[in-house]
Design a protein around this ligand. Structure first.
Ligand code: ADP
Length: 281
C-alpha cells in the first residue's frame, strides 16, 4: 500500500476512553530520515581516508624525529617538515573526532525513544569517567573531585549516560586553566537525579549561554583557543538527556567558570504497555 501520510496516535484518557490524534507526519519523518542517513553514510565513508591520513602523519612525525641530534644541528627543512606533520596530525585527529561525533549524533537520533531502559549506577559511571579523563586532567594539573551518595540508580542506557558525563567533564577540563578544580556533585530528590559538573574555567558569555547546546555552535573564546573541539559535544549531551526524559542546563559567568547540570528522572519510565502507542498507516 502507498503510505497515506497519516500518523495515528492513541492516547489513553482514562480506563474507558481513548483519544486518537492524527497528523500528516510521514513526509517530514521520511525527509528527516533521509538527512540522517546521508550524514551517517558520509561520516562513515570519511572514516577510512581520515584514519589513513592520521597514520601517514604519524609515520611522517616518526621520520622527521631525530632525538639524538641537537635542535640547532637539524636542518630548517626538516624542522619545517616536522611542524607540518604535527599540524596534519592535529587536524586529521580533529576530523576523526568530528565524523565520530556526527555518527554518534545520528545514532542517538535513530535510537529514540530509548529501547529497554536499564538501571544505571551513577556513582559507578562517574568514577569510570573520572578514571577515563585522568590523563588529560592530570596533564593540566586539574583535580577532579566527586561528592555524592553511593548506589544511586538512574534508568536508561549506561554507555549513553557515560558519554554525556564524559563530554561535560572533557569540556570542563578543556575550557579551564592549569591547576584548577573540577567538581562533580550528585544530588538526589524524589523525582530527579542531578549531576553538576562545575569548573573554574573561562566561563561563557551571556549571549552564548543559550546557544552552546546547538550543533556546531562554539563561543568566541572557545574558537580562539585550540582545544580541537567540534561543537557537537553538548548537542550530544542534550540528546542523551532528552532521550532519558531529562534535561541539561548551564549557569556560567565569564572568566569565573561554569556549572553544567545533567538532570535525569529518579524513577524508571512507565512500561510501554501503559504508554501511548503510535500506529503508522
Ligand atoms: P566543543 O567541541 O567546541 O567543546 P561542545 O558542543 O562540547 O563543543 O561545546 C560548545 C561550546 O560551548 C564550546 O565551544 C564552548 O564555547 C562552550 N563550552 C562548553 N563547555 C564549556 C565549559 N565548561 N566552559 C566554557 N565554555 C564551554
Amino acid at each position: 500500500h502507498a503510505p497515506l501520510g497519516l500518523h495515528l496516535r492513541a492516547v489513553a484518557l482514562n480506563s474507558t476512553h481513548v483519544a486518537v490524534e492524527a497528523a500528516d507526519v510521514t513526509e517530514s519523518h521520511r525527509l528527516a530520515r533521509v538527512r540522517r542517513d546521508f550524514v551517517a553514510n558520509v561520516s562513515h565513508e570519511l572514516r577510512t581516508p581520515i584514519g589513513a591520513l592520521q597514520l601517514l602523519a604519524e609515520a611522517l612525525l616518526d621520520a622527521t624525529q631525530m632525538p639524538e641530534a641537537a635542535p640547532e644541528a637539524q636542518s630548517e627543512d626538516l624542522l619545517a617538515a616536522r611542524r607540518f606533520a604535527e599540524r596534519i596530525h592535529h587536524e586529521s585527529a580533529r576530523m576523526g573526532r568530528l565524523v565520530n561525533e556526527l555518527l554518534e549524533l545520528t545514532r542517538l537520533q535513530d535510537a529514540e525513544p530509548l529501547p529497554d531502559p536499564e538501571p544505571v549506577s551513577l556513582d559507578w559511571v562517574i568514577a569510570e569517567v573520572i578514571d577515563r579523563t585522568r590523563t588529560t586532567s592530570s596533564a593540566k594539573g586539574i583535580e577532579i573531585t566527586y561528592d555524592g551518595p553511593k548506589g544511586v540508580m538512574a534508568y536508561g542506557n549506561d554507555s549513553q549516560i557515560a558519554t554525556a558525563v564524559t563530554n561535560l567533564v572533557e569540556n570542563a577540563i578543556a575550557y579551564s586553566g592549569e591547576d584548577t578544580k573540577v567538581s562533580i556533585t550528585l544530588r538526589h530528590s524524589d523525582d530527579w537525579l542531578e549531576i553538576d559538573v562545575a569548573d573554574q574555567g573561562i566561563g561563557i558569555a551571556p549571549q552564548d549561554v543559550e546557544r552552546v547546546f546547538e550543533r556546531f555552535y562554539r563561543a568566541d573564546q572557545a574558537r580562539s583557543r585550540s582545544t580541537g573541539g567540534t561543537g557537537l559535544g553538548l548537542a550530544i549531551v542534550k540528546h542523551i538527556a532528552t532521550n532519558h526524559g531529562g534535561r541539561v542546563d548551564v549557569t556560567s559567568s565569564l572568566g569565573d567558570g561554569s556549572t553544567f547540570t545533567l538532570r535525569l528522572p529518579a524513577r524508571p519510565p512507565e512500561s510501554p504497555s501503559s504508554s501511548p502507542t503510535a500506529i503508522e498507516i
